[in-house]
Design a protein around this ligand. Sequence first.
Ligand code: ATP
Ligand code: MG
Length: 398
Amino acid sequence: MDKIFQKAVPILEQIEDAGFQAFFVGGSVRDYLLQREINDVDIASSATPSEIKTIFAKTVDVGIEHGTVMVLHERAGYEITTFRTEGNYTDFRRPDSVQFIRSLQEDLKRRDFTMNAMAMDKNGQIIDPFLGKKAIEGKLIVTVGNPDERFREDALRMMRGLRFVSQLSFDLDGQTLQSLKNNGALLENIAVERIYAEFEKLLKGKNRKKAFHLLSESGLYKFLPGFKSLGKTLEILQTLNIEKLDDPVELWVLLLVIGNIEDTEAFLRIWKMPVKQIREIGRLRFHVEKGTDFTEDKMALFHSGLNEAAKVTKIIAVLDHFNGNEAEWKVKEAFHRLPIHSLKELAVDGNDLVAWFAQRPGPWVKEEMELILSAVLREDVINRKTDIKGWLELCNRI
Ligand code: ATP
Ligand code: MG
């Protein structure tokens, strides 16, 4: 058994000693069988939240209404969720009620895909009533039970399916794909925040190309916020070497550029994206569309910083179908060669200029500083007070 599970075995034992059942469940069991890195182990138990709280000294109520309590053990937190079934879904997203139960099998049955509906006991024995292991061996994403019913219960599962395609390079099982084609419109019942969280994972996944293909093929894309007319854009994206990109912001820029979306901010706001990320995407898009060559434009390189300049360079390479490694390397070199990397390093400041120009402070100070900065970056003048003063005199500015 993996170390990360082993560390949590005492928790299962403590629950069992108190007379209840406890298992590892969900993504951690799936990732263990796939030999993928495991982020956090989820535990399911027949004990109710209040029973869990009597068993452990240190607990935190993280989602007690859904039956989840966090237990602190050896400086790590473990979420323990009570076995539960979900009542009727009348709004395609949330169960009308949640019921705690004592049966593991029933708990596994409410889960989305067979690969996510396995449990593992403290000895490493896998409990797999829905043949999740077989699905993993066949690299297939299969719903637990009838896909139409399961997607009608919670339409987010369709997006989860596609993000797993991207993360695991699995295929959708035939019936599951057909159901995606039939039920796309249900996505409109789902909160944008939940769709966004899954879509970001899809963008980060290794096989995003396959996920884009299935988004197109199933028509599900039409029900993503603002995507109705982006069918062609998604198709073009599939022809590009998008595996090269590793930050989702880079893919958002490609989408905006190829989709010719007029208002970056308005579009990304529909997705409820954090403002900081919207701004970054806006700046990257500007330089991508301008085709900024950061090895030439030192001012742009200075203001963008290496991180964003490298991203722009990479996006341009992907758009123009060339291997951007060399271009990126050159940008890195150019950045390290810049005489200064922050305004603080400039040898003169506003006070020097006010004294030299014998003028009251005003907006002109910023303009002069930019001029000096540009000259320093181009190495027209050495970044030393006396040199800069001399250069200003030479230019007849003072
Ligand atoms: P990740 O590794 O990205 O966390 P995960 O499978 O663990 O993937 P979570 O969102 O952490 O995904 O959910 C944990 C488990 O809860 C899943 O493995 C699945 O069994 C169940 N689950 C999560 N979301 C749903 C859903 N919308 N419908 C049914 N079951 C779900
Ligand atoms: Mg998880």
